[in-house]
Design a protein around this ligand. Structure first.
Ligand code: CUA
Length: 190
């Protein structure tokens, strides 16, 4: 046997490292986290911006835009209403549990709601008011949820609201992060 023959012709092929399984796991994790983040952002959005909650435009009664609003612990139903500058608006607000308030600072009123009693209030939306979203809120302490007892008044066109694009931003950021991780992971595995 010559020295030549003893030496192996070729080094045995190195076991190629498989990262397919790892990449699959990362993709699944990315999907789950992306959906999860999106869901959280969506939840936050509905709390801070009125979000995609249904916008109520009221009912026109003899030229007056009328809203019937229920105010139990601890929300308003409808939670998002839309009016236009120049509208005459009638709010008919009822609490069916305990004392609540119903106030919109920019429209200059603050009502006290006794349980079971309809309170009506008419107001003209100033025609020079700035388009955007305003807050209707409970103005009488009504328990632990009182600070969150709020609703949204959209006047004219909705302005830019971070809350509305938050789910898309969060989803985009998460997807971008995971795409980067996957690319880095593949580079390392090579
Ligand atoms: Cu309802 Cu405070």
């Amino acid at each position: 046997m010559t020295e030549e023959e003893k030496r192996p012709q070729e080094a045995p092929p190195k076991q190629k490292r498989s990262y397919t399984g790892g990449a699959f796991l990362i993709v699944i994790t990315a999907l789950i986290i992306t959906l999860f983040t999106g869901a959280i952002a969506y939840g936050v959005q509905t709390v801070i911006g009125g979000g995609e909650a249904k916008t109520d435009e009221g009912v026109m009664v003899n030229g007056v835009r009328e809203f019937r609003i229920l105010a139990p612990q601890w929300y308003f139903d409808p939670a998002v209403i839309r009016v236009s500058p120049g509208d005459t608006v009638r709010f008919i607000v009822t609490s069916d549990d305990i004392m609540h308030g119903f106030a919109i600072n920019e429209l200059g009123f603050n009502l006290a709601l006794s349980p079971g009693i309809e309170v009506a209030h008419e107001v003209v939306i100033p025609s020079e008011i700035t388009d955007g979203t305003y807050t209707m809120y409970c103005s009488i302490f009504c328990g632990i949820g009182h600070p969150y007892m709020k609703g949204t008044v959209v006047i004219g066109e909705r302005g830019f609201e971070i809350g509305r694009i938050l789910p898309y931003v969060a989803t985009g950021v998460m997807m971008g992060m995971f795409a980067t991780f996957i690319i880095i992971g593949r580079r390392r595995a090579r």
